[in-house]
Design a binder for this molecule. Structure first.
Ligand code: GLA
Length: 731
């Protein structure tokens, strides 16, 4: 039984095949956290909540207790504000008295097979035999808040998910100030490191690892999106954890709005991890009988280091988060015209690119920004989603037909959530943009953000997209989002609900995405946000791929894709070969290397193919063939990061190993070469006892030899050179 309840000791034990998570109903009905980590056989872990008597000034429920208990030192399962736990709170509710004191106790629980849906929100999903769920109902007996904690354990893959629903069970309104999705109180966090993914435009998900310090380390967004600056992901790992060994715990929020993820180490060596909606700028008014559902948090533990952690995230997201026909179908190789033409194109230019692309094995043309309204630059046109027939003469229908006649699919760019100041839509409906009374509206990229919490805005956008979809054969939409939310007020909400706008925006966005996918189930959506500014699990529920970064330079991409791979699989990472010198960093890299790096994602091109030499075209042709040859291995295989580009900024290597360990694809890239070089890359993840042939050199060695002695890079490679080795089991 993956979830057990020991009624005598009042202990819940949630086991996957590799992990255990244990909690207890403690004194006064408070839920205490006991353990999270590798699978263990014992249930009675109450000894872990032992704590020596602390200073007498620490708050207790009663002074004379049978066993010492203080909410400030015990490991609380879901921490509350204002009643004696001074560490970060998961829950804070302003009750009708105007005070935020919050205190919940166990009432009842349910254990069942499968996993419930989150109403109106993206989440992982599971068949009945894949996962089991524990629901614990708690209550604040004073305010009347009913708080249900949900835990789902994915037995085989080892991941857990959490979410929380708060219901107002009183007859007075209440105001939620904080409702985080998960709280984990580690009993022993000495010798742990804190990992997060920070960044900026063109530099998303940079990897950073530092010792966990006393006090709170946190990452957050209050931009209205998950953001370039921080991903809604943190990990704790043991100091000695490597890619393939040691404890690693990952936390990721299935949410595309403002988030907070923090780790707080206390003086006893314990640490509290919190992850959920960012409480800053958030509150939610709950009328009697109403409920609020916090987004889902994903938790992963592996004792096979960071690589083990990543592989669990990857499996979960590939199998239990991405949906629809494109989840398992091979994604088309695309050519996107953005870096080839920017705003300067017409239907003939697009057709020429498509024609050349079709001759090289590319399968879809994506028409990027600039096809609609008066959109000749970033200054105007967003919101006016009707085709500009001065550019696309004969309309979209004719262009798509011509492209389809080349045997290619057609994709199109939208930025639905935005409106240009200079647009017909803004002139007609200025009140549709987010704004606050009497305050100047900040502008970015000449555009404002539409109020996605408004049903009329969503209806307008749905109709615009529908009109395009119904009048041309569109297989794919790139859904962009190029600025953050400011002055986030909605004209439709009362003053006491304005703090709900950020979350209502996200819920509105989810509703629109769902509506579009329901109307067009075969549509392939690719998310984008000035590159990878909204690369998060919530998006992957709607779009199985996300544009990883606007920085298409192969060397910069090594870092960006390395960080992204911490929790997101290759099948979700948009990666394109672009022109040289690169448009973002002016670097020149070989076309081979650009292909080898882009191959670690959903593959495509983003350059003017008509300008390639015959030799370059031949290389593109070969890359397209390789993409098909290795698709399954890369997209469904297990990732092993072999050399981190961050190590000394000189090399990077990774491999994909088939689930049955019958083959592996190793990619090796030189960032900074040198003289007299001999380089060995030790592989990982192979079957030690099987023998593998390196298809490039013909060399046959045991898996254990490849993993311990390594593959020898037999040539002197120079800056930005790269090699790919395909190893195939021969027995
Ligand atoms: C964003 C995207 C780019 C491109 C431009 C178009 O920056 O990330 O890929 O689509 O918008 O304006």
């Amino acid at each position: 039984m993956p979830i057990q309840f020991d009624s005598e000791r009042q202990i819940f034990k949630l086991d996957s095949q590799t992990t255990s998570y244990v909690l207890q109903i403690g004194q006064y009905g408070y839920l205490l956290h006991l353990y999270y980590g590798a699978l263990i056989p014992d249930t009675d872990l109450s000894y872990l909540s032992y704590t020596c008597t602390h200073a007498s000034q620490l708050p207790r429920v009663e002074m004379d207790q049978p066993v010492y208990f203080s909410k400030d030192v015990h490991r609380m399962e879901y921490s509350c504000n204002g009643c004696g736990d001074f560490r970060g709170s998961a829950l804070s509710i302003l009750r009708s008295t105007g005070t935020p004191d919050t205190d919940i106790q166990y009432v009842s629980h349910k254990i069942y097979a499968g996993k419930p849906k989150l109403p109106g929100q993206p989440a992982t999903y599971a068949a009945e035999d894949e996962a089991d769920t524990l629901e614990i109902l708690c209550k604040d007996h004073v305010s009347g808040a009913e708080v249900t904690l949900f835990y789902t354990v994915f037995s085989v893959c080892g991941a857990m998910t959490r979410h929380v629903v708060v219901r107002n069970g009183s007859d007075q309104p209440m105001e939620l100030q904080r409702v985080l999705s998960a709280c984990v109180d580690f009993h022993d966090a000495n010798d742990m490191d804190f990992i997060h993914l920070y960044g900026n435009w063109g530099k998303e998900r940079s990897f950073e690892r530092s010792p966990l310090l006393h006090g709170t380390q946190s990452v957050a967004s209050k931009r209205g999106c998950s953001s370039h600056a921080h991903n809604p992901f943190i990990a704790l790992c043991s100091h000695d954890a490597t890619e393939e060994s040691g404890d690693a715990y990952g936390f990721n929020l299935v949410y595309t709005g403002n988030f907070l993820a923090s780790a707080e180490m206390d003086s006893d060596g314990g640490a509290r991890v919190l992850i959920g909606i960012n409480p800053e700028g958030f509150s939610w008014r709950l009328e009697p009988g109403e409920s609020f559902c916090a987004p889902e948090a994903v938790m992963v533990y592996s004792n096979e280091g960071l690589g083990g952690m990543s592989r669990i995230f990857h499996r979960l997201y590939r199998n239990n988060l991405c949906r629809g026909p494109w989840k398992n179908k091979e994604r088309p190789i695309l050519i996107n015209n953005w870096e080839a033409t920017y705003f300067k194109f017409d239907e003939e230019k697009l057709y020429d690119i498509a024609k050349t692309a079709s001759e090289l094995g590319i399968e879809m043309l994506v028409m990027d920004d600039g096809w609609f309204g008066s959109r000749d630059s970033a200054r105007s046109g967003l919101g006016d989603w009707f085709v500009n027939e001065n550019k696309i003469k004969g309309g979209l229908g004719r262009l798509t037909e011509r492209v389809n006649a080349l045997g290619m699919k057609f994709g199109i760019w939208f930025e639905p959530e935005m409106v240009s100041r200079d647009s017909e839509l803004f002139r007609k409906h200025p009140e549709w943009a987010l704004q606050t009374p009497c305050r100047h509206m900040s502008i970015a990229r000449y555009q404002y953000v539409l109020d996605m919490s408004r049903p009329d805005v969503r209806d307008y956008l749905f109709d615009c997209i529908k009109n395009v979809m119904d009048n041309a054969n569109i297989a794919y939409i790139k859904w962009d989002f190029n600025r953050s939310l400011t002055e986030a007020g909605s004209a439709l909400l009362e003053a006491n609900r304005q703090q709900e706008v950020f979350h209502r925006y996200v819920l509105g966005l989810y509703e629109l995405l769902e509506r579009i996918l329901t109307a067009y189930p075969d549509l392939l959506l690719e998310g984008c946000a000035s590159g990878g500014g909204r690369f998060d699990p919530a998006w992957l529920y709607y779009s199985p791929q996300f544009w990883t970064s606007d920085d298409t330079d192969a060397i910069e991409r090594l870092y960006i894709q390395y960080g992204t791979s911490l929790c997101y699989p290759a099948s979700t990472m948009g990666a394109h070969v672009s022109a040289c010198p690169n448009h973002q960093v002016r670097r020149n890299t070989p076309l081979e290397t650009r292909g080898n790096v882009a191959m670690a994602g959903t593959f495509g091109y983003e350059l003017d193919l008509t300008k390639l030499t015959d030799e370059e075209k031949e290389t593109v042709r070969r890359q397209c063939t390789d993409y098909h040859k290795y698709y399954d291995l890369i997209h469904n295989g297990d990732l092993y990061r072999l050399i981190s580009p961050w190590k000394d900024h000189s090399r990077c290597a990774w491999s994909y190993v088939a689930a049955d360990k019958s083959e592996a694809l190793v990619t090796y890239v030189v960032i900074r070469g040198g003289v007299h070089e001999r380089y060995y890359v030790r592989l990982a993840g192979l079957d030690a006892d099987r023998r593998y042939r390196n298809e490039t050199t013909g060399q046959v060695l045991a898996g254990s030899t490849w993993m311990n002695a390594g593959i020898c890079i037999p040539e002197v490679l120079h800056d930005y050179d790269s090699r790919v080795y395909h190893l195939v089991a021969v027995d």
